[in-house]
Design a protein around this ligand. Sequence first.
Ligand SMILES: Cc1cc2nc3c(=O)[nH]c(=O)nc-3n(C[C@H](O)[C@H](O)[C@H](O)COP(=O)(O)O)c2cc1C
Length: 201
Amino acid sequence: MWKGKNKMLNIPIILGSVREGRKSEAAAKYIHQKVRAAGHESILVDFKELSLPFYNGPTVPVVYYKKGYPNENAQKWSNIARAADAFIIVTPEYNHGYPAVLKNALDWLYTEFERKPFGLVGVSNGTVSGARVIEQLRTIIENFAAVAMRETIMIGPVEKYFNDEGQLLEPALDKKIEGLLGSLTWWAETLKNRKYADTDK
Ligand SMILES: Cc1cc2nc3c(=O)[nH]c(=O)nc-3n(C[C@H](O)[C@H](O)[C@H](O)COP(=O)(O)O)c2cc1C
């Protein structure tokens, strides 16, 4: 596993569910704590607190990157993503796809994600374990000119991984988190501060 160059990175954890009683919260919190324990800066992005309206701007949102966002929470979300070196999305799959709240949050931004690596974690109460949402997210991430890690984590059935108090029941998860973090930090360190084109500032 890539141990990193001991540089602290900024890796927000994005939670894809705002549902009351959501089970993916335990997974997101656990991974958040692991990322911090590995020495990185990380915040848990929870759209239950940072609620966003359905994207309703008159143009593509990319214009707001420079001029500022028309919505306070969208601006906060932009600031978080702008400062990030990498992201980990922890999300359930809903009807074999991504939850609308997650797609809407991704739709609000664009430039903030460019050329940054994404780790994908699927959570499900079944045995497919979010595999389908992970594959759907890859195509969206590609459109941000960003990169999704090959290593993924599929947590399902989630009840076998976490108890109602959010405690881990399946220690094998730690190895998977380590593997994902290894790839994510390699990509983040490789891409950080690298010029893409002469037009880059
Ligand atoms: C609207 C909705 C659709 C769902 N569709 C799927 C699905 O397609 N595949 C699946 O494995 N689980 C599905 N589930 C169940 C989730 O796996 C389950 O709720 C799990 O706890 C993760 O989501 P949560 O964090 O919102 O609890 C669905 C749940 C909801 C609320």
